[in-house]
Write a protein that binds this ligand. Sequence first.
Ligand code: FNR
Length: 379
Amino acid sequence: MADAADIEDLRLLARRRAPHMVFDYVDGAAEGELSMARAVEAFRRVEFSPRILRDVSQAPTAVEILGRRIAMPVVLGPTGFTRMMHREGERAVARAAERAGVPYTLSTMGTTTAAGVAAAAPGGWNWFQLYVVRDRARNLDTLALAREAGMDVLVVTVDVPVAGARLRDVRHGLTVPPSLRWRSALQTLRHPAWWFDFLTSEPLRFATVDGAPDDLPGLTNLMFDPSVTMADLEWIRSAWQGRLLVKGVQRVDDAKDLAAVGVDGLVVSNHGGRQLDRAATPLELLPQVVAAVGDRTEVFLDGGVRNGADVAAAVALGARACFIGRAYLYGLMAGGEAGVRRALDLLRAELVRTLQLLGAGGIDGLTPDMVRLRAGTGI
Ligand code: FNR
């Protein structure tokens, strides 16, 4: 693990450790996977314009978001089925986030309860992500459990009216929980350690919504309600006392509507390319959203972050912080909590080095003129 020099190294370790269908559930995206490729590629097109002859002996990375200071502008975003990646799942991720001084977001599709996350990382800043489920009363029960567990930031994800088509999962015949069928039998031989862990740990179940079904079709039917509208969001705004973020903003006009409802923040995101393929690329859309609503609400970027330099670029372009998904899941699959720690340590070291080489000194020294996006390469 300590030899992993960047997130890509953790990804390669993860690919070796986890069965293909588990790795591909994380690594894959929807349809032709263009949104995901473009999100990553947009960061590769970043061209920095460094200042020289600045005193960069210090490079503080702490920022304030939603009224609270965090160690660096990174938020561990919500991911479902996290105990499928490693038996410690959400607990491992929450502990690593707590240690790094950054928030962790438990998903509605989580496999650990809100109370379980709070117990694992009592000193962490733990957030909750909601999918508005069909039975509206259940949403209130779920929010009450999150609140009781001390979660004071709610992230409502709005880019999943129906599940996206993730073709790698279709081709693998992925079931949740993974079942030992003939397809996976060969994989068992290749990844005995993962299967041993999986079969000897607490059975995988959806833990955040009381009485949630254990099968994927039943769960999908419960979770995704294609009739959710802005009126539901206003209802949640009135029912939730804490801070409210909306994740999945993909247009400037929607960002303006949300700012008008009084949300505390917006996450420019296309779900890591796992929903509508060929949706707008978060890094490209970010400056327009910041220009339109950045004075009224906090704008976050989500999608494609694989390096601390990506975080610096997004912050320079106006993001308050970046959400990450796969970057920490690769670490989790590669080595549980130690792997997530490694991922966060790498991102932090890369961010500090970038701030210094860029002549920004600290995060506060980042300015939009330090970043230019080169022309696209045609994907
Ligand atoms: C996700 N994502 C996600 N988002 C959400 O709001 N609720 C969820 O349950 C999940 N589940 C989930 C599972 C897995 C395996 C992945 C990879 C992603 C999306 C996630 O929060 C985030 O938007 C993307 O991962 C961001 O893209 P990157 O950082 O992975 O490129």
